[in-house]
Design a protein around this ligand. Structure first.
Ligand code: AVJ
Length: 323
């Protein structure tokens, strides 16, 4: 008998209230924005999984390959583990690959994600593949880290795992703050395994975020479908188009949803009544790309020292230990 629910639960009342407040705030900023964490409802998470199978989006495959090849070397550089914390587990596949080379007992795995859909998929997949205890935290990274930092006390090292270039969604100040929170949660002697996508030629970057099959466009536009469904909005999804831009100055790929014409949109649960001009855009995601030499200083600022680094095809996996 499968334990999986046949009908996915809707968002809780608190989730919906927080979403409404974020949409009300960010859509009325200049420029208009929507936070990228809301891309991952059930359909959004599936579309992201499809993106990872596209020939033009190679982050996930290269990282998977690096994890497969170097998991043994990674564990050989760690102390006996008690706790593993993964921020943004997605399908769970990355951690499954890593843990295949790790300890088979006495370790608790914590998964932190705001997306209930991602958390359900990852917990189920991990529990099926590993004898280790899995604890799911539906929370922001910061809140999840704070909760875990307080709860683990015993002997053994804590390893934080932040893969898939998920760190790319954070702007530089937020990145520094998050890395410091990770450092605080893993404690003295703790470790961090970080996956980062590296700067590469612009045409490659743009194909990865604006693919010929339109899967990334669907992933981005689904945010409007979600606002319509969960917040009683009336976005005419066909009147917005997906756009990806490489912002070299800021070293990030941006995703936008551009209004095809002048149009009025209501989002009733967020009490919004907005008129979009033709060409006006909603900025929905930043995906920062790093240079390999940026990583050690970035980690150093947060209190980590690099103990291992593996690179392949414009992607890096970095292991660091808390000073
Ligand atoms: C899951 C945040 C790493 O930024 O590359 C994929 C999400 N956005 N295609 C990324 C994404 C557009 C992805 N991360």
């Amino acid at each position: 008998m499968s334990m999986r629910r046949s009908v996915a639960p809707g968002p809780s009342e608190t989730d919906r209230t927080v979403f409404a407040a974020d949409v009300a705030y960010f859509l009325t900023q200049t420029p208009r924005q929507l936070p990228s964490r809301y891309l991952y409802d059930e359909l959004g998470s599936s579309l992201f999984e499809a993106i990872c199978r596209l020939p033009w989006y190679r982050v996930a495959r290269i990282e998977q390959d690096l994890l497969q090849s170097h998991a043994g070397a990674i564990f050989s550089r760690l102390h006996p583990l008690a706790t593993v914390v993964e921020l943004g587990p997605g399908s769970g596949e990355k951690l499954i690959t890593l843990m295949a080379a790790g300890p088979r007992r006495d370790v608790t795995i914590h998964l932190v994600d705001v997306s209930r859909a991602a958390l359900d998929t990852a917990s189920t997949a991990l529990a099926a593949s590993s004898p280790l205890t899995v604890v799911a935290h539906q929370a922001t990274y910061e809140d999840g880290l704070a909760a875990i930092g307080l709860s683990h006390g015993g002997a053994g090292q804590t390893l934080a795992v932040f893969l898939g270039s998920n760190i790319g969604n954070f702007d530089p100040p937020a990145t520094d703050q998050l890395l410091r929170s990770i450092r605080a949660a893993v404690g003295h002697g703790g470790a961090l395994l970080l996956g980062t996508d590296l700067v590469k030629p612009e045409p490659e970057l743009l194909l990865a975020y604006d693919d010929p099959l339109g899967v990334t466009a669907a992933f981005n536009l689904n945010l409007l479908v979600r606002v319509n469904r969960e917040l009683d909005g009336d976005f005419d999804v066909k009147q917005f188009s997906h756009r990806a831009v490489w912002n070299a100055q800021e070293s990030r790929v941006e995703m936008h949803l551009v209004s095809r014409l002048r149009q009025r949109v209501l989002v009733r649960a967020a009490r919004l009544d907005i008129t979009f001009e033709a060409g006006e855009s909603i900025w929905t995601e930043s995906s920062y790309k790093y240079r390999i030499d940026d990583l050690a200083p970035l980690l150093d600022r947060a209190g980590f020292r690099v103990t291992g680094q593996w690179q392949e095809d414009g992607f890096a996996l970095t292991l660091a230990e808390a000073r």
